[in-house]
Ligand binder design. Structure first.
Ligand SMILES: [Zn+2]
Length: 308
């Protein structure tokens, strides 16, 4: 069965200034790499729809969505926090990014494809119910999880997050929700500086700056997978951040493309044992275009099981 590649050209229009690392070149680098390596020919391309207001309101406060819609910059940037700004097209891109995850969720649950990768921006995992932060506006993965639970009838969903930064927004949205198990690994202490609070449905693998793939794999192997096996999710969402790569300046981990391929293979194995292979993976961070393209290549090869 196929892997969907869900994106939209509108995701290129959001721009936070010429020196901002979260830029359209990231999606172009991914696409260039997939075309150059022939991987794009093996993917099932899908255009992302717009998310609806109802779908957003499952995880964001209506007043927050109203605030964003009221900003409407025209030819200027409006800063929401020191790292996060809106241009004229930010919400146009953000609606496609969250809509991509809705589409991927529906396709995977319908059995149209085995799994899906959403090549979208802005990213989402720092977005809180009522706050944009850390380059994020709408929490794309959380919107997909809520759709699977509330509209499509699933009862047990796992979220895994291997971005170098802690997925504080997703965590706030699902803490204490027994239907969701979130397993994350991240550099710690580090942005977003959220205190790690233990909840039964939150598994944390904090890694000190300088950690390499051995520490990453050991932590995940011992802390994530026994609990994921026991939970037996019906579907897995991935906050796929590639900024733990050793070449990426936005974090200080020492991961390689092979580490991202390894964790993806392990996720796919769990999904095949418990969830009919259902995985929706969503781009979060990754800011060195070449390294990002190669990392996504390894991630997609594992989703497509080309290494089996
Ligand atoms: Zn990140």
């Amino acid at each position: 069965m196929a892997t969907a590649y869900i994106t939209h050209r509108d995701c290129l229009l959001h721009d936070m200034g010429s020196i901002h690392p979260e830029a359209a070149i990231r999606l172009q680098a991914i696409q260039d790499h997939l075309i150059a390596t022939g991987l794009m020919d093996l993917l099932h391309p899908v255009d992302a729809p717009n998310v609806t207001r109802e779908q957003l309101e499952r995880v964001h406060l209506p007043s927050y969505i109203d605030e964003l819609e009221a900003i409407r910059p025209k030819g200027t940037l409006v800063q929401l926090d020191p790292d996060t700004a809106m241009n004229e097209y930010t919400l146009v891109a953000a609606r496609r990014a969250a809509g991509a995850v809705i589409k991927g969720t529906e396709m995977v649950i319908a059995g149209d494809v085995e799994n899906a990768f959403c090549a979208v921006r802005p990213p989402g995992h720092h977005a809180e119910p009522n706050r944009a932060m850390g380059f994020c506006f709408f929490n794309n993965v959380a919107v997909g999880v809520a759709h699977a639970l509330q509209a499509l009838g699933l009862k047990r969903i796992a979220v895994v997050d291997f971005d170098v930064h802690h997925g504080n927004g997703t965590e706030l949205m699902f803490r204490g929700d027994e239907r969701v198990l979130m397993a994350s690994t991240f550099q710690h202490p580090f942005y977003p500086w959220m205190e790690i609070v233990e909840y039964p449905n939150m598994i944390h693998v904090p890694l000190p700056a300088g950690s390499n793939g051995t520490a990453f794999r050991d932590g995940i192997e011992t802390k994530w997978f026994p609990v994921l096996e026991e939970f037996a999710p019906e579907m897995i969402f991935v906050s796929a951040g590639f900024d733990g790569h050793f070449q990426d300046d936005l974090g200080q981990l020492r991961l390689t493309e092979a580490d991202f391929g390894w964790v993806t293979e392990k996720i796919v194995e769990v999904a095949r044992r418990h969830a009919d292979g259902r995985v929706v993976s969503v781009l979060e961070g990754g800011y060195v275009p070449d390294a990002l393209g190669r990392s996504v290549g390894h991630h997609l090869r594992a989703l497509m099981r080309l290494n089996d």
